[in-house]
Ligand binder design. Structure first.
Ligand code: 5GP
Length: 113
């Protein structure tokens, strides 16, 4: 039996609905179901990399930052934004498929909780 597809792969494959805002050969981006800011988008490599701790030397994750820049422009986030990757339990990661949170549309406090 092949391993179960991750939640985000199922969104990428249109098996679970989501508002997809961007996609290319390497990444897919969609709005977070529980947004923490007026703009809250998840940018996900098509490749099922569990997290930063498992990053291969090459692959779809190398395109995440460039996609984030394009999506931020597309969303009109001219006043700034934040990119977040939660890693593992202490990082608060809940979905084991690497993703970058793009948060914007309000002033974000620092440090995060
Ligand atoms: P993490 O906690 O792993 O850093 O981020 C996972 C994110 O996925 C959370 O912000 C959560 O709200 C979002 N999420 C969980 N399930 C779904 C879903 O079914 N659809 C969408 N669009 N986002 C989801």
């Amino acid at each position: 039996m092949p391993p179960m597809a991750t939640l985000f792969t199922r969104i990428i494959n249109r098996e679970i609905p989501a508002e997809i805002v961007y996609e290319d050969d390497h990444v897919v981006a969609f709005r977070d179901i529980d947004p923490k800011a007026p703009t809250h988008i998840l940018i996900v490599p098509r490749q099922e990399i569990p997290g930063v701790a498992e990053l291969p030397d090459s692959g779809d994750h190398l395109h995440l930052l460039n996609a984030a820049k394009k999506i931020a422009e597309q969303e009109g986030l001219t006043n700034g934004y934040r990119l977040v990757i939660n890693q593992g339990n202490d990082g608060g990661q809940t979905v084991p498929h690497l993703h970058v949170h793009l948060l914007g549309g309000r002033s974000l406090s620092w440090p995060p909780g």
